[in-house]
Design a protein around this ligand. Structure first.
Ligand SMILES: *Cc1c(COP(=O)(O)O)cnc(C)c1O
Length: 218
């Protein structure tokens, strides 16, 4: 599955984040040897262990809800944080990035699904954040775009509506806050069950786990 998927996404210029949470280092290495470099984790502790034991040129993406008090541990190496869902978190990322002399790339996570359990900002909250003088002074974070998760449902038109909503949010923020930016363009959406629909609706980055690992040796 990996080879096929990777080829399709490359042809469409969509980045593949292989979601390696709960997977063994051996399985990750197997994909690394096929050329995969971007892996996504949702827990800080697990990311730390894997970062410490796997090749140094892997780009580690944080895709899960991140607590401010844990930012410090991943700040020296994390490549992209998909899950910025609050002002305090962004401030902490900026602070820790500054301490390690880095600029950390981030995505703003939006709540577009119907389930109440999914984290994320509303467009109003994002506006407030981006309009604040504090944000204007954050020199150690760079916002590359948006991330979201669609409702877990077989209703394709609902999923599609939510993906379009996320793309609309990106376009709106682009025109209001990032008009001069060449890097504010990423839409992280699409997982094992809905990646095709996500790509059709403008995804630039899909986060896929089970579909890839299901058929592999343990
Ligand atoms: C686990 C996870 C994924 C991948 O889900 P699969 O259905 O296994 O592809 C994507 N995004 C987030 C935020 C996740 O936690």
């Amino acid at each position: 599955m990996f080879d096929e998927l990777s080829k399709i996404l490359k042809a469409r210029d969509v980045k593949l984040v292989v979601v390696s949470k709960t997977q063994s280092p051996e399985r990750i290495l197997e994909l690394y040897q096929k050329g995969q470099r971007i892996f996504g984790e949702n827990r800080v502790q697990e990311m730390l262990v894997k970062h410490g034991s796997l090749p140094g040129d892997i780009e580690w993406h944080m895709i899960g809800h991140l607590q401010s008090n844990k930012v410090k541990q991943i700040a020296p190496f994390v490549s992209l944080i998909h899950s910025v869902d609050g002002f305090g978190l962004l401030e902490e990322i900026n602070k820790q990035a500054k301490k390690t002399g880095r600029v950390i790339d981030c995505l703003l996570q939006f709540h577009v699904a119907q389930e109440s359990s999914k984290f994320g900002l509303s467009p109003e909250e994002a506006e407030e954040m981006l309009n604040s003088p504090e944000f204007a002074n954050m020199k150690n974070v760079r916002i590359l775009g948006v991330m979201g998760m669609a409702t877990f449902t077989s209703n394709q038109s609902q999923v599609e509506r939510e993906f379009r909503q996320l793309k609309g949010i990106l376009e709106n923020l682009k025109s209001t806050h990032f008009a001069d930016s060449t890097y504010f363009k990423e839409i992280s959406m699409g997982m094992s069950g809905d990646w095709e629909l996500a790509v059709e609706n403008g995804s630039t980055m899909v986060r896929i786990g089970s579909l890839i690992f299901e058929g592999m040796n343990p």
